[in-house]
Design a binder for this molecule. Structure first.
Ligand SMILES: [Zn+2]
Length: 148
């Protein structure tokens, strides 16, 4: 792992790997992505969405512990443990995520259109994605979205 890797979620035009999709509504709303450059894992959670078919999306990016994420994905792949345990493991992994480090906009699909330090994001409040009303807060997000 290199320290100075330009992770996929930092680079405009990169397609983020959908390493594990946690939740999906016409595209990912919460997912784990692995950097194709260095193998670092990140958790992406929907902050906001808008546009035709909701394909402009804003995600909060938090880094995940590589070991924890690797173990989780391995367990998922082997399909060894039961669903309840899957859910518990997922919850443990998500709650172990680091602070929000970046905000990225993607469109269409998981292609990075902009990536900003969190200071530029109007709201980092995490809420269930089903409660995020499309188009409603366009103005607040305009700065980020106009680059998208
Ligand atoms: Zn990287």
């Amino acid at each position: 792992m290199t320290q100075d890797c330009e992770h996929d979620w930092l680079v405009r035009g990169r397609t983020l790997a959908l390493t594990f999709t946690i939740d999906d509504w016409q595209g990912p709303v919460e997912f784990i992505s692995r950097c194709t450059g260095c193998g670092r894992f990140a958790l992406l959670r929907l902050l906001y969405w808008t546009g035709v078919r909701l394909d402009t999306r804003v995600f909060a990016v938090s880094l995940l512990g590589n070991e924890a994420a690797g173990t989780f994905l391995h367990d998922m792949e082997t399909g060894y443990c039961d669903l309840q345990r899957h859910a518990a493991e997922l919850m443990a992994l998500v709650s172990s995520a680091g602070p929000i480090e970046r905000v990225v906009t993607t469109s269409p699909g998981p292609v990075v259109r902009s990536s900003c330090p969190t200071a530029y994001a109007p709201s980092l409040a995490s809420r269930p994605w089903r409660e995020i009303e499309p188009g409603r807060e366009d103005e607040r997000w305009h700065k980020l979205l106009e680059d998208a």
